[in-house]
Design a protein. Structure first.
Length: 433
């Protein structure tokens, strides 16, 4: 299969760009030929991806740079970054069409982005298009509006009006563009439900391909039978809209009787268009602290030290932190809106109804009460096994190739033979009981 790839610049740090790094590596290992179209220079390609057989980069560097007049503030960076990326995306789309005319691709795969941009004007000159978004503007807008009373306390009115305008525009464009692609891939069943409802997409046009998790970077370490007090609960997230930041603040006061026994550690930073860090001033200082960001290897160690990772999001198509925590051997406590909890064994994944503060507290207290059991190592091993069963990069890449093949026109001759690999366990189809 020959794939034209469009998406964010792969990296080794985390988030969607690191997901892209893992998918690119596994796709070519599975025998695909991938031309990756990016708006950066060659020095920004992660070293592990350079020189891989079957992977080529087509680069059209954007002129956007940090510390310029157009990005002095987070909001100007948000607006200008979108404008520059759109221009670069359009240039790359034209490059795909030109290369397809010379040597046809089987599919255009657009990762972590909904809008088609110039691709929409070139549909007649392109192969089938598959879009694999990480979020959608309609969901972001819904929660931006619902949390308006909260945001008014901490964000200026001018920013809120601008963000809502941009999200409304993007939601309209996404609904139009997704109606024109050949297939849409959702990173969870819950996200598929939101896409279908918000953008009126028939369910049969949506496939499910979750995010991969690096099982080498995130893996368990030795677990002591009795961890040293205070035991740590981690909240790793953007400190922004719809992430449930206010629930973490509330939890820190609900658990006041556990002072000295429990510590909530908050890790993360703002997004370019939403900043809820001022809410963290309300954390109970005797029980919780905000420590800012963490590098990938440091974060992996922090996962291993924690007794649970908290993810109380109101809207969360996936949540890489859930998969990473499980891979590190740490149980998770998450709302039922978090896509990554689907199919996970409930012995290592407690799920509570979104926004239910009492149920959230109850789940946390149960997790803290269990930390002294002699089964901590067995729980860690089970959590890692669940991450491997559901989110191993090779397994996810195979699932992705199957979905891409669904839209490819049949070729004459025998079916293509993929490179052999160790058998992978199937991805679960839905939530566990």
């Amino acid at each position: 299969m020959r794939i034209a790839w469009l998406g964010p610049t792969p990296n080794l740090e985390g988030g969607a760009p690191y997901v892209g790094t893992q998918l690119l590596r596994e796709l070519v290992r599975a025998g695909a030929k991938v031309d990756c179209f990016l708006d950066v220079g060659p020095d920004q390609i992660p070293p592990p991806l350079r020189g891989l057989d079957g992977l080529r980069f087509v680069l059209r560097p954007t002129s956007w740079q940090w510390d310029r007049w157009y990005n002095r503030t987070p909001m100007s960076a948000f607006v200008s970054g979108n404008m520059f990326r759109l221009h670069a995306h359009n240039e790359l789309a034209r490059s795909i069409a030109a290369r397809h005319a010379a040597a046809p691709y089987d599919v255009v795969y657009q990762f972590s982005r909904n809008e088609l941009g110039q691709l929409a004007r070139l549909l007649g000159a392109l192969p089938p298009i598959v879009v694999h978004p990480s979020t959608h503007a309609a969901g972001e807008l819904r929660w931006y509006r619902r949390e308006a009373p909260l945001a008014r306390r901490i964000e200026p009115r001018s920013r809120r009006l601008l963000v809502q305008s941009v999200l409304r525009l993007r939601a309209s464009i996404q609904r139009r563009d997704l109606a024109r692609v050949d297939r849409i891939l959702a990173i969870s069943h819950r996200f598929a439900d939101h896409l279908a409802a918000d953008y009126l997409i028939p369910g049969e046009r949506i496939g499910i391909v979750p995010n991969p998790i690096d099982l080498d970077r995130f893996r368990p370490g030795p677990r002591s039978v009795q961890p040293v007090a205070p035991v740590k609960l981690l909240f790793v997230s953007r400190i922004a809209v719809r992430k449930g930041v206010e629930l973490i603040v509330d939890l820190s006061h609900r658990l006041a009787d556990l002072q000295g026994k429990v510590e909530i550690v908050v890790i993360g930073s703002r997004s370019t268009w939403s900043d809820y860090r001022k809410l963290l001033d309300g954390l109970n200082p005797r029980l919780a602290r905000y420590r800012g960001g963490a590098q990938p290897e440091e974060l992996a160690a922090l996962y291993r030290e924690a007794v649970a990772v908290l993810q109380p999001s109101h809207y969360e198509p996936f949540a890489l932190t859930v998969g990473e925590a499980l891979a590190a051997g740490t149980p998770v406590i998450a709302s039922d809106e978090v896509g990554a909890v689907e199919g996970v064994d409930r012995r290592v994944c407690a799920v509570f109804p979104r926004g239910d503060r009492a149920a959230f507290e109850q789940a946390v207290r149960a997790a803290v009460a269990d930390v002294s059991t002699a089964e901590r190592q067995a729980v860690a091993d089970l959590a890692h096994a669940e991450a491997g069963r559901l989110y191993a990069p090779a397994t996810v890449a195979e699932r992705l190739l199957e979905e891409l093949e669904r839209v490819c026109p049949p070729k004459p001759g025998p079916a293509p033979v993929r490179r052999p690999r160790a058998p992978a366990r199937p991805i679960a189809a839905g939530p566990a009981g």
